[in-house]
Ligand binder design. Sequence first.
Ligand code: ZN
Length: 554
Amino acid sequence: MADTTRLSVTNQQVINAIYKAAKSVGRNGWDLLSRAGLTSLVRDRQGLYRGPDIEALPGLTAQEKALVREALGLPAEVPQPETPPAALLTNQQMINAIYKAAAALGKDGWDLLRRADLVHLVRDRQATYEGPAVDALPGLSAAEKAQVKIALGLPAEVSPPEEPTPSGEFTHQQLINAIYKVAKSAGLNGWSLLRAAGLTYLVRDRQAVYRGPAIDDLPGLSSVQKAQVKAALGLAEETVPPSIPQITNQQVINAIYQTARATGQQGWTLLSRAKLTHLVQDRQGAYQGPAIDDLPGLSDDEKTRLKEILGLPAGGPPKPATGETEVAAGIEGKIKWQGPSPNQEPTRYGHPIEMIVMHYTASGSTAGTVSWFMNPASKVSVHYVVGRDGEIVQLVKDECRAHHAGQGPLPGQSEEIGERRRKRNRIIQPNSRSLGIEMVNWGPLQKRGDKYYTWMGSECPGEVVLKNGTYWQAYTDSQLASVIQLVSHLCRKHNIPAQYPPLGPGTFDPDDKTLATFKGILGHSALDNQKRDPGPHFDWDRLLAGVRENLGQS
Ligand SMILES: [Zn+2]
């Protein structure tokens, strides 16, 4: 029977059978195709199938194989569906391909999605992709389209690398230096500017010759900054405009937050009164909003304070570096951006950032944790991961909504409990209102003999603590130090009070209304009675004391 398969069906028919089988077991067709090692079939859909016997396909369960054979109607003939082949793609798969292409080119996935005019795909990820063919996508270069096609398993011509427009060659290190120089002259953080320009990948190979986009095409830089970068690289001789003090959106945001603090208000509230919340979407961009005096919703006193903080109207350059932003710059340099995770949403649906939720990963390594959050199949994400050595990795931008604390129904639970959880989720809105921090830690352990084992059955390394009758892997000192630094930074940046909820930071609070208005720091276990993280041995006192000290509140 299997040999008959190979001789009598086309690649398209096998694809169709796999998709049909996937559908009947509630799985994704493309996933099944890749598990079966058959994605290459899409390159020659009308060709005769020459792959392994269905029985010999790797990665499929016996049930799936049986369904594929049934769908092929062996040896009966298989109806040819009318659906065009391209329609087999879901929106999620297209999103993944764009992100993969962006990663391959060292670019930002969201930016590529936006340029391709495909942002709307995130609204219905499981729907069939009905947008333009890859070659017809607007705003993408030939090289970018080629990468998207490769990511989709489509044949693609390999395009030559994009040449920098300026004729002179320079190394990654030279470009890094130029960006840092420009940042410094504007009182900005060099790393932040490098990130805004989508160039953090340069640090991985500093001596390589730069082959990225032309300086003029770099995102996140103002035209003045681009001219300054070119000048610093020796590419432009006399075109540098006089260095007009440029105020960035971030500087305006900082000034508004400082004004808010000085007048006992929430920074975000003041930002919305001034109708400037959109500034967070382009923090490094030059401020192009109304003059401070023309901002709506602000009192004269608030405007005066703002102008004073920004160094206006005396005409001098704005005062960028207050003590506070210097501290922030220190940690910002320490945070390694390895995102964006595909499992996030680009908006918080109008909710301000009010909470910081602490988790443990139930895993042992930072790299493994990061790859899980970067895997579209996991569907979960978090803003920050703090490793056991204190390394801090960021996977989701603060302004975006990560999937770390939502309360949907869990497998095996009754519909009633599931509905209760959904309702609590709608009231508290934990993901829309919070930043998530995952600390690498195995969580609870089993003791057998004199050894301790993780939930995966592996032996747990390092220190173990006994708390509330359960053994737990201890958090490390470097990890706690980084967590304190990170939480202090986030509290300051988003004006989140350094405080715990009424029942305590890790204690489940059944009163969803309290948590719906709570602003501060708490454990996942306080939000969700099915969760135990960060666990009873996490040193909450040390965290709060450290954060308050950093914020000058001790
Ligand atoms: Zn958690």
